[in-house]
Design a protein around this ligand. Sequence first.
Ligand code: KG4
Ligand code: ZN
Length: 343
Amino acid sequence: MLKLVDKIILGIETSCDETSASVVKNGREVLSNVISSQVDLHQKYGGVVPEIASRKHVELIIPVVNQAIEEAGITPDAIDAVGVTYGPGLVGALLVGLSAAKAIAFAWGKPLVGVHHIEGHIAANYIQHKELQPPFVCLVASGGHSHIVHVEDYDRFKILGKTRDDAAGEAFDKVARAVGLGYPGGPLIDKMAKNGNPKAVDFPRVYFEKGCFDFSFSGIKTAVLNYLNSAEQKGEKYSVEDVCASFQAAVVDVLVTNLISAAKHTNSKKVALAGGVAANSMLRKELEEQAGRAGLEIYYPSPILCTDNAAMIACAAYYEFVRGNVSDLNLNAIPGLKLGERG
Ligand code: KG4
Ligand code: ZN
């Protein structure tokens, strides 16, 4: 078993539209987790505008880091390493956090630890569930990714399935826009769906051959758009609540079915959720029911740890750091970084 040591990590995350810094002790004890969301800025464009995100990160990164250190009640000399997301994500956004992390590491003489963003999302579960240890199977579903990952060890990951087109969160955001809800769409669809009938419309569920745990969400999204267009052309009224509930049911069905099949395939006893979509109430409920029936233990982070935050990055950095996986100051941002690869 991995020997845990007394270490304090400063984590930095700027891969998309959240500027975040956090101080985490021994991998799982969050001393501070400052998240400055830019959602309000991007809302009027219906999605994240990369150039605006980068500029805002530049403005916020130093104040956010300072606040994280202050709220943690520590001084910089107490920090053992600086962990930072270096991919995947928006290149301009990643570069701001990475440059700040490198400058801090250099100026304060601390080791730098580059973290894969998805590894961070998975690590959020360690913060929430102090007893959780690998191996387990984790569904990582966010605005940019939908992966089923076999977490074999803290730093060993095997991708069992991934989306072949849209990410789950992306599908939520696009459908939300089509039915006239705002951005980000996931939480709004989740809320509307509570008053809708999930069986009202039979949207398609896409499954691949046996033993393949990939996803495809563009078909569900197109089916929703066709349903709305056809209703409009016929002058028929439709219930937004029913459309939201039925769309959500289709996505959740596929996510839960593939996650449970992947757990069985790998003889895993534990399944976890991670990423923004992991906050979805129907996904959690369905997984609890179905995984419970399959005799699996279920783990998911609280909503604040599901969305992008630096505590999860500091936690992942801790497990890399105690294994001696440190980066040098030439580390570059890699927008398409693959899980399990090191830059
Ligand atoms: O992990 P995250 O904060 O950022 C990325 O790395 O992408 O995920 C954001 C995504 C958005 O697409 C958002 O609509 C979705 O997660 N999301 C949800 C819910 N809350 C956030 N999707 C479904 N149900 C929710 N409750
Ligand atoms: Zn994310």
